[in-house]
Design a protein around this ligand. Sequence first.
Ligand code: NAD
Length: 377
Amino acid sequence: MKIAVAAETRDGESRVAMVPELVGKLTSLGYDVAVEPGAGQHALLSDEEYVDSGAVIDADAIVDADVVVSVQPLTIERIRRLRRGASTVCFLPTTFEQDAVIDLRDCGITAFAMELVPRISRAQSMDALSSQALVAGYRCAIVAAGMLRRFFPLNMTAAGTVQPAEVVVLGAGVAGLQAIATAKRLGAVVRAYDVRAAAAEEIRSMGAKSIDLELETLEGAGGYAREMTEDRAARQRELLTPYIANADALITTAAVPGRQAPMLVTAAMVEEMRPGSVVVDLAAETGGNVEGSVAGEVVRIGNAQVWGGRNVPSQMPGPASRLYAQNIVNILTLMTATGEGTETGTFAPDFDDEIVAGSCVTHDGEIRHEPTRTALE
Ligand code: NAD
């Protein structure tokens, strides 16, 4: 059977779903691998490297493929070129991609969404949300360090001592913890806050100080954060104000699954920051943790430069693609039939498996993902 690696066509997407280094994993499962020309170019991967790894370059790779892998969902025009019964594996944010979901259903495509892979131990190696959040968290800390016109670390020199930068991180999930770890490695003094009870210990384990606001913790299903009430949000903002006023760099990474990012920091709070301060809002694209941040832009609020993240993992396309491609190899391995008498390279997802069932959006002309079906009916 044939796996096609799609070239990303969406604006600003630099990643690619498969890297030459991992093509051999797919061919050793028994698949033929076809890559669209230039698919890896923005991640600095040439067509020749794919060919040397055992793939073929084919401008029509997706047309007769059994499985198409990509980072972003295919455009509707490209979905309509797929063969009925083919499968797609990519990020598929169903809330924002309803037209694509309808087309995938109507074209008889089996679509798997990487963000729906259940967060269970067995699926950790397929967890692309985590692998990409890791890249984004690192990048946020580096952006903050780059924008700040002062040292992150303490410097004791013959010419005197320069105090380290004070960094505050809000949201300590995968991205936030990586931002903390990176800022710590660069020598900053880091304080962090998250609404989940377990987060305080995780923050301390990264060498940062956990900010204790003496507010109730907010844990929802699966260990994720719950949405705040407006009263709780206002109190949290009030209690965080002095920490933010004292920060040289503020990095925000808070998210609540299926919801707009919570607004944690008002423009008035940013205005309390010192001249030269920087704010990095990873959540700018999904509503923003910081009032006034704009995805893909740097805006000035009071004395601070506020950087709004836009497809942040794509800003480090090489490592982000490598990690994503490994997630793809792992999920395709799970979906490949094994056992006596099975031909190698047979893509046969077992819908009784909770990872397969959980990540499936459309199959057999139906929308299988319950919340999406409800939203569309
Ligand atoms: P996320 O991207 O959904 O959210 C980022 C962080 O924002 C979370 O830590 C959340 O608690 C925090 N947050 C939400 N509202 C906030 C607020 N008002 N103030 C401050 N912080 C707020 O998170 P994530 O990185 O996907 O991780 C979420 C959970 O999933 C964690 O418990 C993590 O340990 C868990 N997880 C499990 C697995 C696995 O088992 N395979 C993998 C990754 C993450």
